[in-house]
Structure formats: structure tokens, C-alpha cells
Design a protein around this ligand. Sequence first.
Ligand code: BES
Ligand code: MN
Ligand code: ZN
Length: 501
Amino acid sequence: MGHSPSISFAKFTAPKTGNVIVLAADGGTISERGQAVDPAGVLKKAFGIAEFTGKAASTVEVLAPQDTGFDRLVAIGAGSPDKLDEQLWLRLGGVAYPLASSAPTGTVILDLPDDEIASEMAATFALGMALRAYSFDKYKTKKGKEDDKGASAKAKKDARIVIQCADPAAAKKEFAAREAALEGANLARELVNEPANMLGPLEFADRARELEKLGVEVEILAEKDMKKLGMGALLGVAQGSPRGARLVVMQWKGGKAKKKPVAFIGKGVTFDTGGNSMKPVAGMEDMKGDMGGAAAVTGLMHTLAKRKAKVNAVGIIGLVENSVDGASQRPGDIVTSMSGQTIEVINTDAEGRLVLCDALWYCNDRFKPKFMIDLATLTGAVIVALGQNHAGLFSNDDELAERLAAAGSATGEKLWRLPLGEEYDKLLDSKNADMKNVGGRQAGAITAAQFLQRFVKDAAWAHLDIAGTAMGSPATDTNKSWGSGFGVRLLDRLVSDHYEG
Ligand code: BES
Ligand code: MN
Ligand code: ZN
């Protein structure tokens, strides 16, 4: 899946060949070990010519510097030391990746003053590199046409990258913990990028089944099982597709036996045509990514199991295709959810909430979890409200919401809280059933969240609307992929900060 570059850590030694990278602080200051690789001062000279001042994430490179065996000598700006936080270290790694890997070997001199955090920062930097390295090219038959235009240098996938730092063994250990999150994020990216002809509900369930190798217990419920449970809302969405429907229940039992699990629930619409309330042609291909929530939950379960997190975690994903066919549900149809509540389907394109309402109810009913967090590419309205740099956060629990927002700031997978309230909830009342599945033109992201809240009773719950962030968000220094893997690192951090041990 994807590609993980070769990254290792070593003690400081004079590099002989390949690309050599040093960091420069504000004002273009380079550490002593950085200066040592540039005795002739060619970098310093280049700083002046390029007007390089060490501004964070800016770069200068010198090609084939004289009297060295190097291909390139590169400086990356680290900015002012007091602003060098975790997010920036991650980003610097992303900036460095193509510059380090355009030669057979890339050496990064990470000479940090504060030894205590130096290993963590080196590992975070390495994670940034590895996140940047992912690209989705399995269906390109002509390899080698580089699509990474992020730098003048072209990344070579087989390059060996060495990060020189004060305590390589410690950095290696720190990086191993982060590699679990990298793998999870790359799994989510890969699932989102896969086209819907390759990845339908059954194929997705097979991919989730593979987590058994890591010790995750995986149960797969088919249509008849869901019918028995009364999941009429989820099955109503699936009924127009020949690709079937699955509910996958993943359990990672890394915590104490009696401890309540934390639960993550994902929307897995492997393609969303809108159904009879069909979507317009323009951009419909993006709806292959309408399983971004399920991808994040699957990636998270991979991560937790891989790093043997000391937590009991449940991941539940509802997998369906929202298709158009003689058998598809119609606007006006009334379905009965597992909760017993009836729903008038005004718009068959508001299908994600119909999938999630049964998955949430099932999760709460069966597991009585400590909290439930659902992730869904749920509404276009959240993109109108927040754009593509923050996901929408809704919650009935302030502590959970605050912890989520903090994990978002730390990982760069940012959240912004939007309100819930009775006035919004009322918009879902229906003439013909207990509720309708759309609220009207206003506050579309909020009424979608209100709909979900009708299925969580008094459980602590948060809903992340990742329609703008799971796919098609602007490329960053650490993500060049259409499917971003959003949510995996965020939730892994939430768990490791608050719910382990
Ligand atoms: N999957 C879409 C939401 C979406 C839109 C995700 C754009 C990513 C990018 C969802 O199923 C949907 O169609 N929502 C409708 C709801 C409406 C009918 C109330 C929407 O947002 O238009
Ligand atoms: Mn839809
Ligand atoms: Zn959808």
C-alpha cells in the first residue's frame, strides 16, 4: 500500500555523497555541524543571492558544490526557534523529502540545541517526510513520470534517507511509534483514492478483515444480519445497488478487560450518485471518496493495533453504495431505523445520515461505549461554512469537544466547533413520520448533525463532518494526495493523550 521511504537515523559524521540538507534559523544562522559540511561557504553565499533569510519552510539549494562529492547542498529555513512547534517540524520534514530523495542518498543534519526533545522532533520530522512521500500511482502504467512538482528536485522512491541526530537510537524508537500512525493514514488515503469499481462495500469489508493480522477482531454483518437487527435506514440506501451492503465491527482489546471501549463510527458510502435525487454531473467522480469516514476509522484501528495501544477501541463502518436503479428508494419513502424511529426520506442524496443512524444506534446498544465519535463526508454545507482547512466538529460533550480540538491543533488535522440546538432539531420534524432526513436550505451541516444526535441517546458523542478535509483539500507540504487520510492521526492522538492505560 502506497510507499514508505527508507528513513534511518545515525550519529553525526561527515557525509560524502548525495544530497545534504541543513536547517537554518531566522537570519540564516546554521549550526556548527551544519557549517562543517560547507567549509567553502557556498551556501552562505547562496543565501545572499537568493535573499534567503531562514524563514520557516523556505529553501535554497546549491548544485554539485565544488570540492565536495555532493549532488546538492540544501538549506531549509526553520524560522525563529520559539515558533518551532510540532506542526512546523512535521512540515519541515515534508519540505525536506523531495530535496533529500532526489539523489540515491539524502543526509539531513538535524543538530538541535535542546537534547531532551531532540529525538521526538527528529522523529516528527521523519514522519513529515514519510507522509509527504505517499502518492497514489498504482493505476499508472508508465512509471517514472514524476507527479511531485513540489520542488525542483524529483523524489526517487528508492532513495535512502539518513537523519543525523544526537541520539539516533532514541529517535528511531520515537519514529517507530509514529510509523503506526503513518501506516494508518496511508491506509485511509489508499482507500479514499481507490475508484468505486475497485472498492465497493464487499471489497472494503475484505480490506477491513485484513486487520485481523494485527490482532483486531473483525465481524462482518451482511444484509440479512442487518435486516434482523432492523437497520431499515442503512438498508434503504443500499437497496438500489447490486454491490451489497456490509456493517463491519472491529475491536481492538488493548486495555483492561472491564474497561468501557471508546468507539469510532464511519460513513462508508463507496459511491454516492445521490440516488433518485441525483447529483449533477460536474465533480460527481469525487463521490468515490464518500467513504472517507470509514477509511479513517479503519486506518485508526490499524494504527491502534499496530502500536499496541493500551485501550479498548471499537470501530464500526457502514458500507453501502448509493446508486440509481429501479429498486432504489424514492423521495417520500418512509423507512424504520433500528432505533424504531421512522424517517421520511425527502432527499435520497442525504444518505450518509441514514447509514450512520443505524450504525450509531447499534454501537451504543451493543457496546455502551465511553464515547462515540463518528466521522463522515456528510455535507457540502460544511465546506461552505468552513472551507477545506477545518473539519466541522459537533458534540454534546464539552470535554470531548475540547480534547478533540486540542488533538486537531497538535496534529494539524484541525477542527472547528459548530453549534447544536433545539431550534435546529425542530427543522427535522416531519408531517408523515418521526422525522425527515433533511432540514431545508439553512444550516445544512448542523441539521445533519442534529439528525445524528437523535440516535445517540445520552452517550457522550462527537460528530466530525470531514467532507472538506478527507479529500480534494489543497495540497500541503505533508500531503500531496487527493485522499488525505484526515482523522487517523487526530484520533490516534486523542486516544494516546487521554484514554490509554
Ligand atoms: N456525500 C455528500 C456530501 C459531500 C458533498 C461530501 C461534497 C463531499 C463533498 C452527501 O451525501 C450529500 O449529498 N449531502 C447533501 C445533503 C443535502 C441533500 C441535504 C449535500 O450536502 O448537498
Ligand atoms: Mn449524498
Ligand atoms: Zn454522501
